[in-house]
Write a protein that binds this ligand. Structure first.
Ligand SMILES: C[S@@+](CC[C@H](N)C(=O)[O-])C[C@H]1O[C@@H](n2cnc3c(N)ncnc32)[C@H](O)[C@@H]1O
Length: 190
């Protein structure tokens, strides 16, 4: 495991996620979790009384996440394999405190992004937090479907999906396997 990831999983990730707004006892959905660079520290922050739903379409990544969870003694992570192109989240309405969409929006076209915003709105409790890390937009290593959007466009798109924009943070965070600086956008369900 790379030095940056090791350090992040040892404590820096938890500090980061507490600053973003995750609290002990919460139910968190990490959509597009991959091997769990945010899932693992989030599971530590919410603790035994909380739950981490970890969604990915890649089974191999979910298996790697669950083997790290086992090594770390974490029993509060529920892996969810998203096979459907419909972007349905298999959770009850208003059952989640926080949804993380970290470094995943660039995989989705406009219609798909709107589906995931709608599903996030459905599963979030009133006042719940949608936290977004929009990597790969126009001025940050542009890639795929976000390459023609600026940060302001991402904010407007999510506001149009009936979320309230609360704040943005510019922070050191983990991207793939290394530290990077990026914007985190926090919204709440109105
Ligand atoms: C670049 S990784 C980001 C991982 C993690 N959120 C992070 O920031 O470290 C994006 C992940 O999103 C997953 N993904 C992309 N589209 C998805 C979809 N429609 N449903 C579930 N997972 C998806 C990919 O399989 C990949 O593991």
């Amino acid at each position: 495991m790379e030095v940056d990831v090791k350090e992040w999983l040892k404590g820096k990730g938890e500090i980061f996620l507490r600053n973003i707004g995750i609290r002990e006892g919460q139910v968190v959905l990490d959509f597009g979790c991959n091997v769990g660079h945010y899932t693992i520290p989030a599971a530590k922050v919410v603790g035994k009384g909380g739950i981490l739903y970890a969604v990915d379409k890649d089974m191999d990544s979910l298996n790697r996440l669950m083997s790290t969870a086992k090594e770390e003694g974490l029993k509060n992570i529920v892996p969810m394999h998203n096979r459907s192109a419909e972007l349905k989240i298999g959770l009850e309405d208003e059952s989640v405190d926080v949804v993380l969409l970290y470094d995943v929006l660039h995989y989705m076209d406009t219609a798909e992004r709107n589906k995931i915003y709608n599903e996030s709105l459905r599963v979030l409790k009133n006042g719940g937090l949608l936290s977004v890390y929009p990597k790969h937009y126009k001025s940050d290593e542009p890639l795929w479907s976000l390459s023609n959007m600026q940060l302001e466009d991402v904010i407007r798109e999510i506001e149009d999906a009936r979320f309230s924009f609360e704040m943005q943070f510019y922070k050191e965070l983990i991207h793939d396997r290394h530290y990077n600086s990026g914007y985190i956008l926090n919204f709440t369900k109105k």
